[in-house]
Ligand binder design. Structure first.
Ligand code: ZN
Length: 248
């Protein structure tokens, strides 16, 4: 692993614009099961069922059904602390060595660790907003947890609240910022993603066509291993990044 640590440190030092892409793998180190992993919701309940309910049509037509399922199966991330890997990325940004993070995760752990420029393309599970367009008031998890009914409503206008996450059938959030950040990078570091979920996998694929450096840190193979300048096969990303930080 020593050689990989040295090379990563060197590439970070010499890159003028480094962007990081993160997937579920970075948050499993904080104790959050990967939706697609062994104890993940897709395995337990079946992907079809999840897609049917965590869907914008279901939310619009049957919010009771949606919220009953959502409340039972999507945990609150309020008590979960960022992993060493999240903190290491915040430190890299602080030192000017990482310009932005594009994440598929909805747990808010990058922000909690102190990262500032984070594009969460699937939204954030700890935020809610009022669906009345002329109101759109924001709410936190605490408000929703303590709401006396299954479907939480706005205290100002009484319209239904929607979790600030991208449901099936909805476009991703921060699309232009994410594409712009990735396509403008001179070094892209992918952490904890097998790069099978689109559109993010497509953004990374497009980036690779420009022949810029790509580092992939992931346990197991990914769809873009063939294009990586450096592949680090580990599920101890936090340790790895901390050792990289020691050499910067
Ligand atoms: Zn409202």
């Amino acid at each position: 692993m020593y050689k990989e640590i040295e090379r990563t440190a060197l590439m970070l030092k010499t890159s003028r614009n480094t962007v990081v892409v993160t997937g579920a793998g970075i948050s499993t180190e904080a104790g959050i099961p990967d939706f697609r992993g062994e104890n993940g919701i897709y395995r337990r309940l079946g992907e079809d069922k999840v897609m049917e309910i965590i869907n914008k049509d279901c939310f619009n037509s049957n919010p009771d059904h949606f919220y009953l399922f959502y409340r039972q199966n999507f945990q609150s991330y309020a008590e979960i602390q960022p992993s060493h890997a999240h903190f290491a990325l915040a430190e890299l940004e602080e030192r000017g060595l990482v310009k932005a993070i594009v994440t598929q995760n909805i747990d808010g752990l990058h922000q909690k660790a102190g990262s500032r420029r984070v594009y969460s393309i699937h939204g954030s599970a700890d935020r809610y907003y009022c669906t009345n367009r002329s109101c759109q008031q924001g709410y936190d998890q605490e408000y929703v947890d303590s709401y006396p009914l299954t479907v939480p409503c706005c205290e100002t206008c009484d319209a239904i609240l929607k979790p600030d996450v991208v449901l099936f059938g909805e476009p991703i959030k921060n699309y232009y910022d994410a594409v712009h950040a990735i396509s403008g990078a001179h070094l892209l570091v992918v952490i904890g993603s097998s790069l099978t979920v689109y559109p993010l996998a497509g953004f990374v694929r497009d980036y690779c066509n420009s022949n810029q450096d790509l580092i992939i840190i992931n346990k197991g193979r990914t769809e873009m291993d063939y294009a990586a300048t450096l592949k680090v096969d580990t599920n101890r990303t936090g340790d790895f990044l901390n050792q990289v930080l020691d050499r910067l």
